[in-house]
Design a protein. Structure first.
Length: 155
């Protein structure tokens, strides 16, 4: 795949400096190619047991507060870092998405659904329960993705 084909980028965002570095790198790539960036945050609520069979209505009700907080945090992240203005100046399309689920599988699923040409992720190099296994998420995305994955390490 030629780099000219990277028109649709899914950028995983967890609101850390690592994900901000990934967004900046995606802007750099996207500016040259007039790409569309989809900033994706996957809210993972461990209290909702994925093995239980919920009625769709019950699940939506249970997740509503989690998704509302995540959506508000996404708006604040975009505003704090002036991403909408940067996108306009760079002639890069910018959309935000907030969904629920296991981060790695949802990142890959969303990329496939959007017919993304690339997934961009930030990486801190840390793993462990204290950090909610960010390294494990990156590793899992690398295993599952059917498109190129750009892993950006904050400098």
């Amino acid at each position: 795949m030629s780099h000219d084909n990277f028109r649709t980028l899914v950028v995983a965002v967890d609101f850390t400096q690592d994900s901000l570095a990934a967004v900046k790198e995606a802007f750099t790539l996207g500016t040259a190619l007039e790409s569309r960036l989809h900033l994706l945050h996957v809210a993972y609520e461990a209290t909702v047991n994925p093995d239980l069979q919920y009625k769709k209505k019950e699940l939506k009700k249970a997740l509503r507060p989690v998704l509302e907080v995540a959506a508000d945090t996404m708006k604040a992240f975009v505003k704090e870092h002036d991403l909408a203005k940067q996108a306009k100046q760079a002639k890069v399309g910018l959309e935000t998405l907030v969904i629920h689920g296991q981060p790695a599988s949802q990142i890959v699923h969303t990329a496939k659904k959007l017919k993304a040409d690339m997934i961009v992720l930030g990486y801190s190099g840390t793993t462990g329960l204290a950090n909610l296994l960010p390294g494990a998420t990156v590793e899992k995305v690398l295993q599952l993705a059917e498109v190129p994955v750009l892993v950006v390490k904050k400098r």
